[in-house]
Write a protein that binds this ligand. Structure first.
Ligand code: C5P
Length: 314
């Protein structure tokens, strides 16, 4: 049963404040201690009736966004994680009405900021409302975890530590506002390729460990200490596959960032700044350096996926 003609959900990108990676498991995944932080760089996911005739059960996918080179890389077939998310919710709702799923992208594609996972989380929430499924939050989180390791976090947002392969989440109290600059690269990096490079570089990786210093800095709302504690075990692997990122990190540090780190599996680099003004300065310096495709400034943390509109006009 269709509840509404169109539903739009806004869903944030993430940066990893700490990403500790253990050795490869039997199933090929890696145990993680993954401190996620949601930032105000949002994709929008809209679900509506198809505007032209479509067969039952069809999910038609369209995409637009302000980064043409990125939107062109979004798969528009059944492999798209958001389309798979939509199908899961339709099945739970017992509904095979065809739908159109539109992704308005601002999060870089294959950029280490979980944009594809964010779209899947957005599609879960949008389709839950659209189909009137009324799934409880824990059911949505279980569907998210089935879809991918990073899909559950954008449902909840804020700051949270993920264990297991990253999908077992516990919220982290994190008062205060953090000012970030993201240096976007032209081409993406495959998460699986970066983990494989990690295995090559660290065949003897120890089990992943939490960082009490980062937790204390977050509890105190202290950006200087958070900046100093930023750490990503995947960074050497991302730098090995994309050596030019070392120059991006150095340029942001030289411009006064409190901390610099590759975001997730990269190639986006994240810089923490002391204030909104300082972030604007770091972004200007990175833009002038010519070392990245473009920069985006965003604060964190922010809430997770939320319905923002029954979209006007259907
Ligand atoms: O879970 P997801 O599909 O997002 O993971 C993409 C790829 O990243 C996996 O196929 C795997 O190669 C790698 N990965 C991993 N360990 C994790 C999460 C992801 O090895 N905890």
């Amino acid at each position: 049963m269709t509840a509404t003609t169109a539903v739009t959900v806004r869903v944030p990108a993430k940066v990893n404040l700490k990403l500790a990676v253990g050795p490869a498991r039997e199933d090929g995944y890696h145990d993680l201690v993954n401190v996620f932080h949601a930032v105000a760089l949002f994709d929008e996911v809209t679900v509506r009736e198809p505007r032209t005739r479509a067969p039952r059960g069809a999910v038609r996918l369209t995409v637009d966004g302000d980064l043409d080179s990125h939107t062109a890389r979004v798969p528009l077939d059944g492999t798209n994680l958001a389309a798979r998310a939509a199908r899961l919710v339709a099945r739970e709702a017992g509904c095979d009405d065809p739908i159109e799923l539109h992704l308005r992208k601002r999060i870089p594609v294959a950029g280490g900021m979980a944009g594809g996972s964010a779209d899947a989380a957005g599609a879960l929430v949008a389709c839950d409302t659209y189909f009137g499924a009324g799934l409880p939050p824990e059911r949505l989180r279980a569907l998210a975890a089935d879809l991918g390791s990073d899909v559950a976090f954008p449902l909840v947002g804020g700051t949270a530590v993920g264990t297991g392969r990253g999908e077992v989440l516990a919220p982290v109290d994190s008062p205060g506002r953090y000012h970030w600059v993201f240096a976007l690269a032209e081409g993406g990096l495959s998460t699986a390729d970066v983990f494989a490079e990690y295995d090559r570089l660290r065949p003897d990786a120890p089990p992943p460990a939490d960082d009490p210093g980062l937790r204390a800095a977050l509890a105190a709302g202290d950006p200087v200490r958070v900046g100093a504690a930023l750490a990503n075990d995947l960074e050497p692997a991302a730098l090995s596959l994309r050596p030019a990122l070392a120059g991006v990190l150095a340029a942001g540090r030289a411009a006064g960032a409190l901390g610099a780190v590759v975001s997730g599996s990269g190639p986006t680099c994240a810089f923490l700044a002391a204030s909104a003004d300082a972030a604007a300065g770091v972004a200007a310096a990175l833009d002038a350096s010519g070392r990245c495709a473009r920069t985006v400034v965003a604060h964190g943390d922010v809430e997770g996926a939320r319905v923002v509109a029954p979209a006007a006009g259907g």
